[in-house]
Design a protein around this ligand. Structure first.
Ligand SMILES: C[S@@+](CC[C@H](N)C(=O)[O-])C[C@H]1O[C@@H](n2cnc3c(N)ncnc32)[C@H](O)[C@@H]1O
Length: 279
């Protein structure tokens, strides 16, 4: 147990629930089923930044001040991402999954919890290099509309391109990485034609339904923030969204442990969280 778990007394838990309830009632976004220690950590940062007296003080301020509520809501989600994050994972995806995708006339790929798009851009590059660029469709979804606007624009921070390129190489990339971007005046943009077959939409993994069938679902570094029940629900919805023999990609510290469908999947790599739906 970490210090946040031990610190979660009934009183703290109730105060946290009241804050999450307030966010839910005013924004419709439901964080009540996220892991409480994580939520508490993020809320405590707001307590400090808003200079209020504990969680009760934050509840009072957020109930009366819409900007404070908006800042609290924004603090509850982390959008950290990068291109070819965990390069060894993308290397295995390139070698073990993409060749199967090429057997479908129109592969459909869903990047769930895509944040500002870097994971989807990375996948798009893998597909381009496998000659699938024209016949695949990518769906990028997230809880947050603002990150999807950024993803859709293709804009990436130019100062990060060096790091992204290093990841790309470590993930087996051999082409000219910068050719995938328009770079001008300190701005860089993923080339628009590469996003011609990408669709971005708001979708909540906990409360929304399955909306299509996919040959690959990549849901990385999202489910780890959910409590067990919410994870189980999200896994069932993802399971419904996968074609038989479809692939599921998770984040490096995620597993199918909280899924009732665990036995329906085969792990296809000993080190990377890549699974195939067998039943
Ligand atoms: C840490 S980022 C991970 C981004 C990307 N998948 C990666 O691994 O680089 C987590 C993203 O999941 C989104 N998210 C959190 N809860 C979600 C939910 N219930 N449904 C859909 N997206 C969610 C957040 O808004 C955030 O953009």
């Amino acid at each position: 147990m970490n210090k946040f778990e031990t610190a979660l007394t009934d009183e703290l838990r109730n105060a946290l629930n009241a804050l999450l309830q307030l966010v839910y009632e005013h924004t419709g976004e439901d964080f009540r089923q996220y892991k409480h220690p994580t939520m508490l950590r993020r809320v405590l940062r707001r307590v400090e930044a808003e200079q209020v007296d504990g969680l009760d003080g934050l509840l009072k301020k957020a109930s009366q001040d819409r900007d404070c509520l908006a800042r609290l809501r924004a603090a509850l989600t982390l959008h950290v991402t990068s291109m070819f994050r965990d390069p060894s994972f993308f290397l295995q995806l390139r070698e073990q999954v993409v060749p199967y995708l090429s057997t479908y006339p129109h592969p459909r790929i869903w990047v769930a919890g895509c944040s500002t798009g870097q994971e989807l851009f990375s996948l798009r590059i893998l597909l381009e290099e496998a000659g699938l660029g024209e016949r695949c469709t990518l769906y990028g979804t997230d809880l947050s509309e603002s990150v999807l606007t950024t993803a859709h624009s293709g804009m990436v921070d130019a100062s990060l391109l060096g790091d992204y390129e290093a990841n790309y190489r470590a993930a087996g990339g051999t082409c000219r990485f910068l050719d995938y971007f328009e770079v001008a005046d300190g701005h860089s943009r993923f080339r628009p034609h590469l996003l011609g077959n990408a669709v971005f939409a708001v979708h909540n993994l906990v409360s929304d339904m399955s909306f299509n069938e996919f040959h690959l679902v990549s849901c990385r570094n999202v489910l780890m923030y959910l409590d067990h029940r919410a994870q189980a629900r999200a896994f069932s919805m993802i399971h419904e969204s996968l074609t038989p023999l479809g692939f599921l990609a998770l984040g490096s510290s995620e597993s199918l442990m909280n899924s009732t469908h665990q036995r329906d999947y085969e792990r296809i790599d000993a080190h990377e969280p890549l699974f195939r739906r067998m039943r």
